[in-house]
Design a protein around this ligand. Structure first.
Ligand code: M6R
Length: 613
């Protein structure tokens, strides 16, 4: 959840760290803080609220020049988001500064031990105890890395810890367990960060850190060892996107930019995976034909928007492959004793590849002997690294907290997998199999067409900005689209919004309908067996005075007389319709939040990457 940066090298550390934090602010923005190490010791500044508050504080009360620094942007877990609880935390003797992402689960026990020893804690955080434990440990340890190693052996839970010591001013040391950390290897300088966007402006050479590893960086060296001091092999790679990809590129908001990037994100995710005859190629996924043929059940686990992608995938997988598929919220999955065996394929969908609930669910599945396939957007992140197989989506960096382009590419990756599985198992999906694959190839251009509806959707947001509540309904794959439309509105516009299966309306939610209540209705393509049923649902909604906002195919005239507003969608096969239907709902949520004056890219209480359970 929190964002972490560390730097050592010839540049002014503070400048590098603040620029890195700006890139990581999407991970948390409750407070921010920095520490630099100079000849006169460790100096910190920290401030509640967004990074700009810290920057103002630094203007008012500057730090001394330094070539070593660490910085943190916080999503609060232990303790309120105030100045005192902001990171870094410093030991009583002032020699150690620590920043942390994650939760130290045995914190209460360790805190009590420190209190018994007479240590005076200043904050309510779990992080501060590490500063005191490490300061005490340094009387026995030969180096900062050794000291941190010893402290980590006493910690349980999830943590990335980054520490500096006043007596070794050109060293930064970090430890990683269950929370993300990457190293950026530069020329005469080195970096640590929660993700590569923090240092991509300086270097593209990245090193993945594994579980339970310690890294020590100096200007000239990167040394990685395990928690017992043994050297480990690391995976070094080149980051393929450039720093411009993580900038706003002329848009006012990251979310608007990312919505506009969706046609390209789809095209990039499909690139090289469907040939001219409509044959799908996923040979590099790392599941053999034998393994794919042995699957007798698929379980998809994911959270939030990625879960909605999984719900859509279920329809495609079962229809095209005839393999039973369940979808489950990752946070529920491993606590209900699910039935898994070696013939179960678990698919973990995650943009970040770091979501703790999804990670724990996949680990649980692997412990039960199941194979895990990750569908992920972040190269080198924990979930794909620990999976048996991976399909990377190629959405590029997604910075806005509300997921958009990652969602569309998750759906595309699931379709590709379903088609490929059908191909390998010979189940086919009717004579039209190659035609559907070719249609998928055309979806990028169709999403581009939907982007043209933005202006009308903005007007709609202004018109219904005062609504108390907004409902979304759909059937089949339109149901998860409705859920996603409601989720987007909740997270961005802080409004009550609910998504329902349209057929369920009459079983309860219809009681919510009242005069003027806006209801978005996703209408399947004409010819779909559910089309006429949802037209009846529109009439039921309309008859109760609600305002019907209908998303329907461009030439579908059957809805005209029952619709207060119509949003037109390009024609496409039924199962592919979510790719075009969800886009107006993303734009709507973004516009609604803008009309209400909210921070679209950094909505309250949220963080982009949820690395706590
Ligand atoms: O990184 P992940 O895809 O695993 O994240 C899962 C959810 O936390 C994420 O989709 C969340 O629901 C977004 N805020 C939705 O916009």
């Amino acid at each position: 959840m929190c964002g972490i940066v560390g730097y050592v090298g010839p540049q002014q550390a503070l400048d590098v760290v603040i620029a890195g934090l700006r890139r990581l602010e999407y991970r948390g923005y409750d407070s921010a803080g920095v520490a630099v190490v100079s000849d006169s010791g460790i100096h910190t500044r920290k401030k509640a609220g967004k990074l700009v508050n810290l920057e103002n504080e630094l203007d008012f009360d500057p730090l001394p020049a330094s070539h070593t620094g660490i910085g943190h942007t916080r999503w609060a877990t232990h303790g309120a988001p105030n100045d005192v609880n902001a990171h870094p935390h410093v030991s009583e003797d002032g020699t150690i500064a620590v920043i942390h992402n994650g939760i130290i689960e045995n914190f209460a026990l360790l805190r009590d031990e420190l209190i018994d020893r007479g240590v005076k804690l200043r904050s309510e955080t779990d992080t501060e105890i590490v500063a005191h434990m490490l300061a005490a440990q340094m009387t026995e340890s030969a180096s900062l890395a050794d000291g941190l190693r010893a402290v980590c052996q006493r910690l349980t839970g999830a943590f990335t810890l980054v520490v500096v010591h006043s007596e070794t001013p050109d060293v930064v040391v970090a430890a990683r367990r269950n929370s993300p950390l990457v190293v950026g290897r530069g020329e005469g300088e080195n970096f640590l960060a929660s993700d590569v966007s923090a240092f991509i402006a300086h270097t593209r050479h990245a090193i993945e850190l594994g579980q339970d590893q310690i890294v020590e960086i100096t200007p000239e060296s990167v040394t990685v060892t395990d928690f017992f001091g043994q050297p480990v092999d690391v995976n070094e790679y080149e980051v393929t996107w450039d720093s411009a990809a993580a900038e706003k590129g002329g848009y006012d908001l990251f979310m608007l930019k990312e919505i506009a990037e969706q046609p390209k994100a789809i095209a990039d995710t499909l690139l090289g995976r469907i040939d001219a005859s409509g044959k799908v190629s996923l040979e590099d996924m790392n599941l053999s034909h034998g393994e794919l043929k042995a699957i007798d059940k698929i379980i998809i686990t994911a959270c939030g928007t990625a879960y909605h992608a999984g719900m859509i995938a279920k329809y495609a997988i079962e229809h095209w492959t005839r393999v039973a598929c369940e979808v489950e919220l990752a946070s529920e999955f491993r606590y209900r004793d699910p039935i898994l065996d070696k013939n179960t394929l678990v698919i973990s969908i995650s943009q970040s590849g770091e979501t703790m609930d999804t990670l724990m669910a996949m680990r649980y599945a692997r412990e039960q002997g199941s194979k895990v396939l990750a569908i992920c957007n972040t190269n080198g992140s924990t979930i794909p690294r620990e999976s048996d197989a991976v399909i990377y989506t190629h959405a590029g960096p997604e910075v806005a907290v509300a997921s958009t382009k990652a969602f569309l590419t998750q759906i595309v990756a699931c379709y590709l997998f379903a088609m490929y599985l059908a191909q390998v198992r010979g189940t086919g999906y009717g004579e039209s199999s190659s035609e559907i694959a070719l249609e998928l190839g055309r979806m990028s251009a169709k999403v581009d067409l939907v982007l043209d509806t933005s202006e009308a959707i903005r007007d709609l947001a202004i018109e219904i900005a005062d609504a108390r509540s907004i409902l979304f309904i759909g059937r089949s794959v339109g149901f998860p689209v409705a859920l996603e439309g409601a989720l987007k509105l909740k997270e961005l516009a802080y409004m009550h919004a609910e998504g329902f299966a349209a057929g369920e309306l009459k079983h309860g939610p219809i009681a919510l309908l009242e005069d003027g209540l806006p209801v978005f209705i996703v209408v399947p393509p004409q010819g779909d067996e559910l089309h006429d049923k949802i037209v009846s649902n529109i009439q039921e909604v309309r008859a109760r005075g609600a305002k019907t906002i209908v998303l329907a195919e461009e030439d579908d005239m059957s809805i005209n007389e029952f619709a207060s507003h119509i949003i037109r969608l390009p024609k496409c096969p039924d199962l592919l319709q979510p790719l075009v239907a969800v886009v107006p709902l993303q734009i709507f949520a973004c516009e609604m939040a803008t009309v209400k004056g909210y921070d679209v890219d950094q909505p309250r209480n949220l963080a982009k990457s949820v690395t706590v359970e």
